[in-house]
Design a protein around this ligand. Structure first.
Ligand code: NAP
Ligand code: MG
Length: 497
């Protein structure tokens, strides 16, 4: 008999509460749509108002807790994530479909981010510089901003919220968190852990519900001082617009159309391994997924043969099975989108070499599975080479040399991740310098960012911020400049010379 789905609640001001509307929504397993994961409150503006006022009230006290003490709570969070890693990974595979090895990795990223934030509690450096006047010191410190709205996507349901929430808290901010509608259970797990680690009431609040209702209410609330968003460029523009009107800080991590370049001198097997992982890892549903494969003509046919042969042999199925290599897409509408792009690709004149259909073998009939799909003869301006598909679809583009490869890779509105396979150090550095992207991997796939390094992209991928590493602390703090004059007389900057 099927287990009864768990009933989830919002967490506001330290209490688990229903939405005021009492309406709910369900969440299903994308590998088996008969399985309901949980039932969640469909919250409204009033619930957001409660959460923001709790966060606002908690802020003055939380900001006074010394940063190393705030860090201690995040250390405890890290330890609880370690303890519950397997349980959360399994829940995540059921909730969003990616394979268990990847969901363990997703939780691990949260663990690493929590330990990093713990350490940062004893750093959070400001700077001191000389004054232009005698007997005067100038120092800068970092101050928290206030209530932060955190809006996250479904493809990294633990890692992405932790990238935002942990640094926000460490810096002394309070949080109202809206997880993606497709992965609310993981969001809830994270907040449960924060509660168990001893986060004071009101400091973190979760409000479930749609972007349209809950997301919009967060954006437009006057007491939300900052919005940190990861998701599509379409929604990102909307967020920037509303935040712009309210003069709120907003940091945006948006879409990608990432390319992997393979030059004639590349290690063929390594480049094929990287292309497979980049294209079909997370079923292509990563912001850093590789969807444009830019291959030099000398290695082209050998490379494509190997790549397609390996794509054909990928094991597709329920990600809880340890031997499965690719899970389903997140939901029906995403599968429809992927299929629509396959049709577009065919009409544009690209040649479908493999895939292009729903995958419905055996128990996969009841899931949103799709075949790994490879198009060749793709023109760099085709829609399938320009628009983010967010599925297991690769567009292969043949080029004559490195210069054309760089021109093709830069022919994109996006600029998140990129990769080049070559044994030639001169060409590798040339690519690293000239590719317009926030991240370039040399002899590695487009995916695989580490939590202690800046993460983000150029052009339509964002608005200039970088999460990860030390740079995310610039998002969640305001600089305060303090001048101390111990000359015991009036000194005038720029005038006393
Ligand atoms: P999305 O549709 O843009 O949604 C992201 C989040 O925004 C969800 O929580 C969504 O709520 C919410 N939202 C939707 N409309 C809103 C509105 N009007 N106001 C406020 N919030 C709103 O993106 P997604 O489909 O979840 O994720 C896929 C996209 O994320 C891809 O484009 C991918 O490239 C990008 N992504 C980027 C990065 C990066 O770091 N650059 C990382 C991962 C993913 P609902 O869930 O209720 O719709
Ligand atoms: Mg969406």
């Amino acid at each position: 008999m099927a287990k009864k789905p768990k009933i989830y609640k919002n967490y506001i001001n330290g209490r688990w509460v229903n939405s005021k509307s009492d309406e709910t929504f369900k969440n299903r397993n994308p590998a088996n749509w008969d399985e309901i994961i949980g039932i969640f409150p469909k919250s409204k503006k009033e619930d957001v108002e409660d959460a923001v006022s709790a966060a606002k009230e908690a802020f003055p006290k939380w900001r006074k807790v010394p940063a190393p003490k705030r860090g201690e709570i995040l250390r405890k969070v890290a330890e609880l994530l370690v303890e519950r890693k397997e349980e959360i990974a399994k829940l995540m595979t059921k909730e969003m479909g990616k394979i268990i090895k990847e969901t363990r990795g997703d939780v691990q990223e949260g663990i690493d981010t929590a330990f990093y934030a713990f350490g940062e509690g004893r750093r959070l450096f400001g700077e001191t510089t000389p004054s232009e006047l005698p007997n005067k010191v100038c120092i800068t410190t970092r101050q928290p901003i206030g209530v932060c709205g955190i809006i996250s996507p479904w493809n990294f349901p633990i890692a992405i919220p932790t990238w935002k929430i942990f640094p926000a808290l460490l810096c002394g901010n309070t949080v109202v968190f809206k997880p993606a509608t497709a992965t609310p259970a993981c969001g809830g797990k994270l907040v449960e852990i924060l509660e168990d680690a001893g986060i004071p009431k009101g400091v973190v609040n979760i409000v479930y519900g749609s972007g349209r209702e809950v997301g919009e209410a967060i954006l437009s609330h006057k007491d939300v001082r900052l919005v940190s968003f990861t998701g599509s460029s379409l929604v990102g523009r909307r967020i920037a617009e509303i935040c712009g009107k309210g003069l709120k800080r907003c940091s945006l991590e948006l879409g990608g159309k990432n390319g992997q370049i393979v030059l004639d001198d590349a290690n063929l097997y390594l480049a094929v391994d990287g292309a497979l992982w980049g294209a079909f890892g997370t079923t292509g549903q990563r912001c850093t997924a590789m969807s444009r494969l830019i291959v030099q003509k000398g290695i082209y046919s050998k490379f494509i043969d190997k790549f397609v042969e390996r794509a054909k042999s990928l094991k597709i199925g329920n990600g809880l099975n340890e031997s499965v290599e690719m899970g389903p897409l997140i939901n029906e509408s995403q599968r429809e989108t992927v299929h629509k792009y396959v049709e577009i690709g065919k009409k544009e004149g690209a040649r479908l070499l493999y895939g292009g259909k729903f995958y419905e073998k055996g128990s996969c009939k009841k899931g949103w599975f799709y075949e790994p799909t490879v198009f060749v003869d793709v023109g760099p301006n085709f829609r399938i080479a320009q628009e983010e598909i967010f599925g297991p679809v690769v567009s292969v583009i043949e080029v004559k040399d490195i210069d054309e490869a760089i021109e093709v890779i830069n022919n994109s509105f996006y600029g998140l991740s990129s990769s080049i396979y070559t044994q030639n150090v001169n060409l590798a550095f040339k690519a690293a310098e000239q590719i317009e992207a926030g991240i370039t991997y040399v002899n590695g796939p487009t995916i695989g960012a580490e939590c202690h390094l800046p993460f983000g992209g150029v052009k339509d991928t964002g608005n200039g911020h970088r999460e990860g590493g030390w740079t995310v602390y610039d998002i969640f703090t305001e600089w305060k400049t303090v001048y101390v004059d111990y000359s015991a007389k009036l000194q005038k900057a720029q005038i006393d010379t």
